[in-house]
Design a protein. Structure first.
Ligand code: HAM
Length: 430
């Protein structure tokens, strides 16, 4: 009986040979942009103490309440697979005391996150985020920098139909007043709210603003907006962010329904959303904002912070048509008709590869015909034929596969000839 095949875990995907070039394209663009803005890479463990996310993300959030992969390890300690990167970043920053020497600390990550959500297009249980976290500056320029970075990245990637939706969720001065007002208005209409929102009325009334249930949406439309009830610190901050975006010609829409699903935000909150149908129900490409209290809440010194994270799977769905442009080619494929020339081929391949040239050779004693077939399949730009008859004539044959032209290269000068003819790979643009 054949052994039963073991399948991958639901909602967790392999990033296979068809997809990895696009992932590389996205990640290399992201790293270039992160470099230009001075963000340094941080890699944290996938497992953290459950308490970090309870305290960092918030006990009453969907993520902590329903979506975390939590288990006890062999010592009975409660651990969770990280559902997001911000709390883990703050933990690492404090544990390593990086704030002391870096009054402005800029970090980026590209890493897998885990949430036990219902899988669908654009929503998975293991997914990757690329994101940044900036610690130190309280001013609006930091928010503008984080927004401008995303705008540049999405432009560089060639994304279309992307819209920035911007809001402010206030601070501990103006938000309680605003929440009170919401509760006063909503309590008499409580029965018309969905079950979740009835609960939210007590735990987090602002989440009612982004409820997707039609009845709640209708009610939310007529509610006062937080951005119209900001305090004397939050309001000018919000205005400065908007002015900065205008100065940089970054289009945006003020959208008071952006309240975010994590508890740590204050002032600026935003999402970049895809306005075409391509992402279906999961239209949010990235989200983030300011979280000035989180460092303190996790036991550190009062430190303002701002950041964002984008879902890489969602970016790949939007960039499907870029895949064709990412094809790579073999620069040169060596063909050996017989044993003679194999050692020379081995040496030439190594020399070319050490210079970044993509060179291939026969690894399996295949026939001349089979080797030519493979060179064609690999779309080799050139083939070099090197066998006994070529050695007897002190030449190797170099064939341009595009034009069909052939020339003889003197074996005594072959290293230099190859160096001159292949100064860089055809794949160099990547
Ligand atoms: P978030 O809005 O929960 O924010 O996630 C950010 C992005 O991750 C989303 O816009 C989406 O593209 C992607 N994403 C989230 N859940 C899934 C999923 N189940 N499957 C696929 N993609 C998903 C945060 O995580 C915050 N830590 C962002 C942040 C950084 N705020 C400040 N700094």
């Amino acid at each position: 009986m054949a052994a039963m095949k073991i399948q991958s875990v639901r909602g967790m995907n392999d990033i296979g040979i068809e997809d990895s070039p696009l992932w590389r394209y996205i990640e290399s663009h992201a790293k270039k942009v992160f470099d230009a803005y001075g963000f340094v890479e941080l890699r944290t463990p996938v497992l953290e103490s459950t308490a970090l996310f309870k305290r960092g993300v918030g006990e009453a959030t969907d993520i902590v309440e329903k979506e975390m992969y939590t288990f006890e390890d062999r010592n009975g300690e409660s651990l969770s697979l990280r559902p997001e990167g911000t709390a883990a970043t703050v933990r690492a920053v404090l544990e390593n005391s990086w704030l002391r020497a870096n009054p402005v600390l800029k970090l980026f990550y590209i890493a897998p996150m885990f949430r036990h959500e219902r899988p669908q297009k654009g929503r998975y249980r293991q997914f990757y985020q690329l994101g940044v976290e900036m610690f130190g500056p309280a001013g609006a320029r930091a928010d503008i920098e984080v927004l401008a970075l995303q705008y540049l990245l999405f432009n560089n990637l060639g994304l279309q139909d992307v819209e920035l939706r911007l809001s402010s969720v206030g601070c501990e001065t103006c938000r309680p007043e605003y929440k009170k007002m919401l509760v006063e208005i909503l309590t008499p209409q409580k029965d018309h709210l969905c079950e979740d929102c009835q609960r939210r009325l007590e735990t987090n009334p602002m989440r009612i603003l982004d409820c997707k249930v039609e009845g709640c949406k209708k009610i939310a439309k007529n509610l006062p907006a937080m951005v119209d009830h900001l305090c004397e610190i939050c309001e000018p901050h919000f205005n400065e962010v908007r002015d900065g975006l205008v100065a940089l010609e970054i289009p945006f829409k003020v959208d008071p329904s952006i309240v975010r699903g994590l508890d740590y935000y204050n002032r600026t909150a935003f999402e970049f959303v895809c306005t075409s149908e391509k992402l279906g129900a999961q239209a949010t490409i990235s989200g983030g904002g300011r979280y000035d209290k989180l460092v303190e809440d996790l036991g550190g010194p009062a430190t303002p912070a701002v950041g964002f994270a984008a879902g890489i799977e969602r970016l790949t769905i939007l960039l499907e048509e870029v895949k064709d442009k990412l094809k790579t080619y073999v620069d040169i494929c060596f063909i050996n008709a017989d044993e003679a020339g194999k050692v020379k081929t081995l040496q030439l391949c190594q020399m070319l590869r050490s210079r970044g040239i993509r060179a291939e050779m026969d690894l399996d004693n295949k026939s001349f015909k089979a080797q030519m077939k493979r060179a064609n399949k690999l779309e080799a730009r050139y083939v070099m034929i090197l066998g006994q008859s070529e050695i007897d004539n002190n030449v190797a044959i170099l064939k341009n596969m595009e034009t069909g032209e052939q020339e003889d290269i003197l074996l005594t000068q072959i290293e230099q000839e190859l160096k001159d003819r292949f100064p860089k790979s055809v794949n160099f643009k990547l």
